[in-house]
Write a protein that binds this ligand. Structure first.
Ligand SMILES: *Cc1c(COP(=O)(O)O)cnc(C)c1O
Length: 354
């Protein structure tokens, strides 16, 4: 750890904590009392401040609005049974934050500055970290270009901010999923591996079409041939096929998810063989037909594990086994929760205590 980050703190004089209904949280709608703001000016990060959550004033000409120099991260903090608060693997997000920044010609943020900024704002709002089972505090760091300039070129100035949202358990009814064979999320050489805002704007139309057809989610395939599985919505996709955990390699077109990495690590410890490789749509469909596909789920910070109930390809629907009977994902989820809520020793050093 380098020197302590200098953060100016202005606390709210009226907390909204008391009036917040923690039993009816909608993901991403409820914000805590404070947020963190910092500026990148003249080649340096400065003005780190924690202020009451609220609107910010920006010019309508900022280049992030026009050309999409903007990206984000998603992380969760948990309240342990003994009252401690920890953030789950934020060092991984710090590294990915900088990968996204580099892809978008934006400035990086030193890893320890990222970690200290998260810890500082979570600490101020630590009473907002819900203690109920399955609940957590979602942390949303993001960066955007702030030059007032309508020319297409990298901005010189940026804002880095962190917002916090208490969130409840993710609704995990088995998802009806469609294999997308027309639209693509990311192409080779593109920015699929970055958590770039534009990737999500582009995914909304295909997602809406899938919803209109009665599906909950779609599985993205490769841009060239639509033959290989890539991701599921804004989550990584993982399968248990013939007793092995199988998932696409996280490179180039695929976001390198922290949840994905965590599941892989736990699988290896459980003695489950792991294959990170190209995954053909055809072998997944074959596995669904012959029963060798015993588990399928999306993996991401928001949902953790989102079970796939059925997979549809070109109008043909294949129903998978009942999620309650899936040994692997059930076991991984239990283990992961035990670690995040501090109920078992954190042997990997995944919990960053605040
Ligand atoms: C955020 C995200 C994921 C999941 O990453 P986590 O680090 O596990 O939250 C996977 N795919 C996409 C496209 C994402 O945006």
């Amino acid at each position: 750890m380098t020197e302590t980050l200098d953060i100016k703190i202005t606390k709210t004089n009226k907390s909204r904590l008391e009036e917040t209904d923690f039993s009816n949280l909608v993901f991403g709608r409820t914000f805590t009392d404070h947020m963190l703001v910092a500026d990148y000016i003249d080649g340096d990060w400065k003005n780190f401040e924690i202020v009451p959550y609220g609107h910010i004033l920006v010019s309508p000409a900022i280049s992030s609005l026009h050309y999409g120099q903007s990206f984000f991260e998603g992380i969760k903090a948990y309240k342990h049974t003994d009252g401690k608060v920890s953030i789950f693997r934020p060092d991984k997000n710090a590294a990915r934050f900088n990968k996204s920044a580099e892809r978008l010609c934006m400035p990086t943020l030193p890893e320890d500055v990222f970690l200290q900024s998260l810890a500082a704002v979570v600490d101020i709002d630590r009473d907002w970290v819900p203690a109920q089972p399955g609940h957590s505090l979602y942390i949303r760091p993001f960066m955007f270009a702030t030059d007032q300039f309508l020319g297409v070129q990298p901005s010189k100035n940026y804002k880095y901010m962190v917002l916090l949202c208490p969130v409840g358990p993710y609704f995990s009814k088995p998802l009806r999923v469609k294999v997308e064979t027309y639209y693509t999320r990311a192409a080779e050489g593109g920015m699929g591996y970055a958590k770039s805002s534009g990737n999500y704007g582009g995914s909304m139309l295909p997602a809406r079409k899938a919803t209109e057809e009665g599906f909950d989610q779609l599985i993205w395939t490769d841009a060239k041939e639509h033959k290989y599985v890539e991701e599921m919505g804004a989550a990584n996709v993982m399968f248990v096929l013939d007793g092995k955990l199988v998932t696409p390699l996280a490179q180039n077109t695929i976001l390198d998810g922290v949840t994905r990495d965590t599941v892989i690590t736990l699988a290896r410890e459980m003695g489950v063989p792991v294959e990170e490789r190209k995954v053909a749509v055809a072998e997944i469909i074959e596995g669904a037909k012959n029963g060798k596909l015993t588990d399928a789920f999306g993996a991401g910070t928001a949902a953790t594990i989102a079970p796939v109930g059925s997979i549809s390809l070109n109008g043909e629907e294949y129903t998978l086994i009942d999620p309650k009977e899936r040994e692997f994902s059930q076991k991984v989820l239990r283990q992961l929760d035990a670690i995040r809520y501090g109920n078992v020793p954190d042997t990997h050093g995944w919990n960053y205590l605040v």
